[in-house]
Design a protein around this ligand. Structure first.
Ligand code: SAM
Length: 295
């Protein structure tokens, strides 16, 4: 059911919503995202505020629901992406729910790193995305390696359902095989065959989680965040186990928390099976990814 509202009234709401954001330390851009997702207004109309002169603006939901949803953003600190049910990541529009981590802008770079790690992105090969969540990384890999087979694994069935939905809506359903299980467990048959393993595993130290902003600590799945006492439980496991699955020269890439780079590089070094270990930064300059090759 959709509804219309006068441009003037919507403009009044917009000003108030931005003031509320400023008071609560929420980015005012979120108001525009929210409005864009729940109306037919585009970015330009929002930037120039031309809609204010329109006698009516159509909304995707009734006005009462629209204002209630925004109220939940402010009072319950629910991330705007969960409220509107979508997140934008690379050039994809992805369905999200509280069953999946909201894919982050900094993670977008992991796809470019994977691409830069191989000589010929057009060659065939097998890539895995371990802990796929919304499916974002698997989709990015399928997009940038057009002849590769992609496997995506998650231990959460609810997350996998969302990832599969996203693969369908983006046209990659026939390129990605989804598996339910823990890390490599559903991929036993691929030992020694992988061109690359890409993962954004849970890496937040357990004790830090309650200190994160409420949007994350109270609403994103703990299963997607909690990396154990030092945050490195999953990464340590992936360092130890990946050599059984990668082919010689295969690439290992993980995202981690800023500040974990040296520790992850040391784990890879100590394992002994990797070469070309590199710590890489995100666009904000924080160490965010580690890449290595199986000898
Ligand atoms: C940080 S989220 C990353 C989600 C997505 N790849 C992204 O970058 O937005 C980590 C994901 O790992 C999954 N996960 C946690 N433990 C796992 C395990 N033992 N095996 C497979 N996946 C696991 C979680 O369910 C979650 O979807």
């Amino acid at each position: 059911m959709s509804e219309t509202i006068s441009g003037w009234q919507l403009g009044e709401w917009l000003e108030k919503a931005k003031a509320d954001c400023l008071a609560l330390g929420i980015s005012i851009h979120e108001v525009d995202w929210f409005l864009q997702e729940l109306s037919h207004l585009d970015r330009l109309a929002l930037r120039l505020q031309t809609f204010k002169q329109q006698p009516s603006v159509s909304l995707q939901v009734p006005w009462s629901e629209f204002t209630q949803l925004w109220q939940r953003r402010l009072t319950e600190r629910i991330p705007v992406q969960y409220l509107v049910g979508v997140a934008h990541w690379r050039h994809f529009t992805l369905k999200v729910s509280p069953a999946v981590l909201i894919p982050r802008p900094e993670t977008e770079l992991i796809i470019d790193l994977a691409k830069s790690a191989v000589e010929n992105p057009d060659s065939e090969g097998i890539w895995v995305d371990l802990g796929t969540g919304s499916g974002a990384i698997a989709l990015g890999l399928a997009d940038c390696f057009p002849h590769a087979t992609i496997h995506a694994v998650d231990t959460s069935l609810d997350a996998l359902a969302i990832a599969q939905y996203n693969a369908q809506t983006t046209g990659f359903a026939d390129r990605i095989q989804f598996h339910h299980g823990s890390w490599w467990q559903p991929l036993e048959g691929l030992q020694g065959q992988l061109t690359g393993m890409v993962s954004n595993p849970p890496y937040i130290p357990s004790g830090l989680i309650p200190t994160l902003q409420p949007e994350v600590a109270q609403h994103e799945p703990t299963l997607a965040l909690d990396g154990g006492d030092d945050g490195l439980d999953c990464i340590r496991y992936l360092v130890e186990t990946a050599p059984r699955y990668l082919r010689s020269g295969g690439v290992w890439i993980v995202e981690m928390m800023a500040g974990q780079g040296e520790a992850v590089a040391e784990l890879l070094q100590a394992q002994g099976g990797y070469s070309g270990i590199k710590i890489m930064s995100d666009l904000a300059g924080f160490d965010r990814f580690v890449m290595a090759y199986l000898k």
